[in-house]
Design a protein around this ligand. Sequence first.
Ligand SMILES: N[C@@H](CC(=O)c1ccccc1NC=O)C(=O)O
Ligand SMILES: [Zn+2]
Ligand SMILES: [Zn+2]
Length: 206
Amino acid sequence: MNIIDISQVLHNNIPVWPGDTTFSFELSWTKEASGSVNVGKIEMSAHTGTHIDAPFHFDNDGKKVIELDLELYIGPALVVEKKNIQMLSPEHFNDVNFEGVSRILIKTESWIERSEFPTSITALSPDLAPFLAKKGIKLIGVDVPSVDVLDSKELPAHHSLLENDIHILEGIVLDSVKEGIYELVALPLPIKEADGSPVRAVLIER
Ligand SMILES: N[C@@H](CC(=O)c1ccccc1NC=O)C(=O)O
Ligand SMILES: [Zn+2]
Ligand SMILES: [Zn+2]
């Protein structure tokens, strides 16, 4: 089985949303101190690295991570390249064949220097969601930290995706992935109350 890891590596210098909790992993007990084991402690924002958004992230009445259907995060996914576009809208997807897939992963390559949080990214136009929903899409993944422009407070793309029943995967790494259909596995952790969750996202070549 050929597995392509499309997850960002979590480390103590991983960039996070400006002002958000920084990522930290440290040993709270060492083998030397405890006499038996190393025990790690993690502190992080739910929106660090490769992660999913639960609707509760931007809608107080929205579903939390624990309520999400795991089927969304396992199954065929189409990878498409859409480079050098500021705002993706339906016209950019006229050439795409959506047959047999309910998940689409977009390789924008608009965040190249991943050691720093980006200053601008390819975002989604709010009218893309109804278009993708008509094509049968239930999950969208992007290689950037957000589906909206970074300074947006209204988050029109997030809301439009939710209204159209499309779930969000952010921060995937598609640098070495070619266009085509793969099996995606990107399961969120069952964190009660969470608005999002880090995932280990992989593509399986078929
Ligand atoms: N929408 C972004 C995260 C986001 O907007 C955010 C994350 C942490 C702290 C503040 C944020 N947005 C503030 O306007 C995401 O889904 O990851
Ligand atoms: Zn997020
Ligand atoms: Zn988001």
